[in-house]
Design a protein around this ligand. Structure first.
Ligand SMILES: *Cc1c(COP(=O)(O)O)cnc(C)c1O
Length: 480
């Protein structure tokens, strides 16, 4: 089977022609970008009046891939009808469920450029600028949370992977493996996010002992109970090695007393992990800074810019003080990477994360922070705190019971209907979901059904809260 150069060239040229569609011409780019921009504009212009939630399911038939070429406008129409209009609308200020998202436009512009240039930010060697840009974002965060310059960090896809990286580092620093696992104790609150439990399972610590620490009336970890548990575990021959606390728990927004917990960890040589995925950025607000005192003692910390900095989904951060502990699990030099290992000192993203090739997430964080400066972010976070307070006061006026004074911008309420209260409040939430103007979610605390308020979307404004109150009041009327 001798292919002549000539026939090879003929075939290559033919394939070149057939694959040329993948490179947009300038005219194609202008046209396509125009269509995408037109839809984005339509979406954003309507965002303040669009429902935050629709129960309609999406149609798989319309999304099926058949390998054929299609018109962009047709594809955008499918996106609009089948994706953007169904389920929760996370770009809407009316998203007050779970932990709301954001989607600031400056990040979208960053993502556009990151995708067009396709920088490889995993290694300084490949893209010194992109890697440095990510490092600069991480350095800013180290400063913000009082971490030393020697700490390492990584921009992850979100808080779950960030928690995973932190917990692996804790495991490796304390050499929790083999038979030691069964005797090792991890302390956490019943309010810990489920990504923590998931991470512990993934990293082989499901056989470690988990102790739930008692909480105070505001759902914060009680340091006295923690200290007592640790002492009694040591006496009984167990091996306490880590405390996992929350700076802003998902369910109630509680900020654990990190100063006391940090000191207890120091005294006993335990790894101190702080999950600040939701709450961390409230440290930017003067009136809340004190609440975060002690966070600088953490050995590892997780914070989600796609929550508290209103960025689109796909960016979390982990900071870890002990560089060696992180590198032990993630640093690996393969033969085909030998050109890349010249500079020992610089830490590459790929050395502190399971990822090698990854999205250049730094730009979607760096661009908005530089373009806007920090002031509007601070004001927006403070606005969320005030709106939560306003929401609660108005609910009380309407006859609702609300949860304890929240540390941040998550709270809950229920109507004291008498009779089957859980059913009544479930029915109330069902009506709220059917309405859809504003989206709320629920939780169970000690068997009680509670409707949650989580105010974090940057588009949630006074108008939004008033709309929510009107909707809740109408739903309540229907049930009474
Ligand atoms: C959201 C959240 C997580 C998980 O983060 P993802 O970005 O959703 O992966 C972990 N912990 C807390 C406290 C959270 O609020």
């Amino acid at each position: 089977m001798n292919t002549t150069i000539e026939s090879l060239l003929g075939k290559i040229k033919e394939l070149q022609e057939r694959s040329s569609d993948l490179e947009f011409s300038q005219k194609d780019r202008d046209e396509a970008l125009g269509q995408v921009h037109a839809y984005a504009t339509e979406f954003l212009d309507a965002i303040h009046h669009t429902n935050a939630y629709s129960q309609a399911p999406s149609n798989p038939e319309l999304m099926r891939l058949d390998g054929k070429k299609k018109d962009l406008n047709e594809l955008l129409r499918i996106y609009k009808e089948e994706v953007a209009r169904k389920g929760i609308n996370p770009a809407s200020g009316g998203h007050l469920g779970y932990i709301p998202g954001g989607g600031i436009y400056a990040s979208a512009l960053g993502d556009y450029l990151a995708d067009v240039t396709n920088e490889f930010s995993g290694m300084h060697f490949a893209s010194p600028g992109a890697a440095q840009m990510e490092d600069s974002v991480i350095d800013w965060l180290k400063d913000l949370f009082g971490f030393p310059g020697s700490a390492v960090g990584n921009l992850t896809s979100g808080g779950s992977i960030a928690n995973l990286i932190a917990l692996v580092a804790a495991r490796d620093q304390h050499e929790i493996k083999g038979e030691k696992i069964m005797k090792s104790v991890i302390y956490l609150s019943a309010q810990a996010h489920h990504s923590i439990q998931k991470a512990l399972r993934i990293i082989g610590l499901s056989d470690a002992i988990l102790r739930e620490v008692k909480l105070d009336g505001g759902f914060r970890m009680d340091p006295k109970s923690l200290a007592k548990l640790i002492r009694s575990d040591i006496e009984e021959g167990f091996h306490p090695f880590m405390v996992i606390s929350a700076a802003g728990s998902t369910d109630t927004g509680a900020v654990d007393p990190m100063d006391s917990i940090g000191r207890i960890c120091k005294n006993h040589g335990l790894w101190f992990h702080v999950d600040a995925a939701y709450g961390g950025f409230f440290i930017l607000i003067d009136s809340k800074r004190e609440m975060f005192k002690g966070i600088e003692m953490a050995d590892s910390l997780v914070v989600d810019p796609h929550k508290g900095l209103f960025m689109p989904y796909g960016i979390g951060v982990v900071l870890v003080k002990d560089k060696k502990a992180v590198m032990q699990s993630h640093h690996y030099v393969a033969n085909y990477m030998q050109d890349a290992v010249k500079e020992d000192e610089v830490v590459n993203a790929a050395d502190v994360s399971p990822e090698l090739t990854k999205h250049f997430r730094g730009l979607r964080a760096w661009l908005p922070l530089q373009y806007h400066g920090i002031e509007p972010f601070k004001a927006c976070l403070e606005e969320k705190i005030m709106l939560t307070e306003y929401f609660r006061q108005r609910l009380i006026e309407m006859g609702f019971r609300v949860g304890p004074e929240p540390d941040l911008s998550v709270s809950y309420f229920y109507f004291p209907s008498g009779g089957d209260e859980n059913q009544f409040n479930q029915d109330l939430l069902d009506l709220i979901h059917k309405d859809g103007r504003v989206f709320l979610s629920s939780t169970l605390i000690e068997g009680q059904f509670l409707i949650r308020i989580a105010i974090l979307a940057f588009r949630t404004k006074l108008d939004t809260v008033n709309r929510a109150l009107e909707m809740i009041s109408q739903a309540l009327e229907k049930l009474r």
